[in-house]
Design a protein around this ligand. Structure first.
Ligand SMILES: Cc1ncc(COP(=O)(O)O)c(C=O)c1O
Ligand SMILES: [Zn+2]
Length: 401
């Protein structure tokens, strides 16, 4: 490991980098790796892993890509039709569905996994509503480690098998999903399991690579806004830290305005932002089509609020109806994101309507995970299929196009 510390995001108490417990003993808030100084490794990004390209910005002393599955380096796609329809100057989609297990989670998993292995763990685990469990199960299999994945008891069955295929210990627990996060950390300490949950410091370090890639893909200019679907808050923290580190090292001049977007049916960070309380409170009965962002008590919620206040960020929330509409519109550009990842586009439309974002802005929407992960959402769409017989084909094609 590099000579760095973990620092409490609230009280700034310092801890050794080799610590696996992700929260502060004094105040309970999340820890973060201190800001890293570095420069990009030159080389061929077609053959490099994120570990190699961004080695100087990651907390490891040596480059080692043994456990990589080829995560990161996802496309940044220019929007044509949606940008034109919204009248916005520039709209881009960072397509995280193209990661090895079809979501951004792989970036954080691979970094946390390396930390676990350096610390000598041979058992890893996570608590997840789906995407992170798939990711940790896949990387655990790749590394040959025993892996436990704990999911909520109400997880849709189509989300279970993509975890099970990697053969982890798979446990579904009824009850409050928000509590499982904290319960699993205790279990980890009791049973020597490295729990790489949603916002642990090394997962956050992995999410920084989204910002690094964005800067490189935009020739070291920054968009005005980056919109991030948010649940625990780990990913948006990592993306923001990535921009901050590039700025600290003189690679970019400004940090974009970060937009944290939640689903209205489970929006504790938005509620705290709206009411100005500064602390998230548990949502009693979360309910949204965007299951992947349905954490009723986000473990990094307070830190997201602190950071966005410091940087002038925005928090908003969108309805299930807006999410489903945005999912369809994204597909119209050729990108099939799951409902939780379509919230970024739904948020942009809302912010434009409310004049919070202006039409001359440049915006990146993070599309966090693939639509194939949750096909139950199809039921909310009205797709049309024309049924016919061979003899009618000619007439149909002639009249329908
Ligand atoms: C598809 C998708 N988008 C967004 C998120 C939210 O990320 P975070 O929990 O880091 O805020 C998740 C988290 O599970 C997710 O699976
Ligand atoms: Zn603290």
């Amino acid at each position: 490991m590099k000579n760095l510390s973990l620092i409490c995001t609230q009280c700034e108490k310092q801890y050794p980098i080799r610590r696996s417990h992700p929260r502060c003993d004094a105040c309970g808030e999340p820890l973060a790796v201190e800001m890293i100084r570095g420069r990009i490794n030159e080389g061929n990004s077609l053959t490099q892993t994120v570990f190699e390209r961004y080695a100087n910005f990651l907390p490891f002393a040596t480059e080692d890509s043994t456990v990589s599955l080829g995560e990161g380096f996802t496309p940044l796609m220019e929007s044509h039709t949606i940008a034109r329809a919204l009248g916005i100057r520039r709209l881009l989609f960072k397509n995280e569905t193209q990661n090895p297990t079809w979501s951004f989670k792989d970036r954080g998993t691979v970094v946390a996994l390396r930390h676990a292995m350096i610390l000598g763990y041979n058992r890893i685990g996570t608590v997840s509503s789906g995407n992170m469990a798939v990711s940790v199960a896949a990387y655990g299999a790749r590394a040959g480690l025993k892996t436990v994945t704990i999911v909520g008891g109400d997880i849709p069955s189509e989300k279970l098998n993509p975890i099970a295929v990697y053969n982890p210990v798979l446990i579904a627990v009824d009850g409050d999903y928000g509590d499982l996060y904290f319960r699993s950390l205790e279990l980890g300490q009791q049973h020597d399991i490295y729990f790489m949950n949603s916002d642990v410091p090394f997962r956050v370090e992995g999410s920084k690579t989204i910002a690094f890639e964005l800067c490189e893909q935009l020739e070291f200019t920054c968009p005005d806004y980056v919109i991030v679907p948010t649940s625990s808050g780990g990913n948006i923290r990592g993306i923001l830290k990535g921009f901050e580190e590039f700025k600290l090292n003189g690679l970019i001049d400004t940090v974009p305005t970060m937009v944290c977007v939640q689903a209205q049916g489970c929006a504790p960070i938005h509620e705290a932002y709206r009411t100005g309380t500064g602390h998230v409170s548990r949502v009693p009965h979360p309910s949204t089509i965007a299951h992947a962002i349905e954490n009723p008590f986000p473990p990094s919620g307070n830190e997201v609020l602190r950071k966005l206040r410091e940087h002038g960020g925005i928090v908003t929330a969108v309805s299930d109806e807006e999410i489903i509409r945005a999912q369809g519109e994204l597909a119209g550009e050729g990108i099939f994101g799951q409902p939780a990842s379509a919230v970024s586009l739904a948020a942009l439309k809302k912010l434009l309507r409310d004049n919070v974002v202006q039409e001359d802005a440049s915006v990146v929407c993070i599309v966090t995970g693939s639509g194939l992960k949750y096909t139950a959402a199809f039921e909310k769409h009205r797709f049309s299929v024309v049924h016919t017989v061979p003899g009618e084909l000619d007439r149909l094609v002639a009249t329908r196009f």
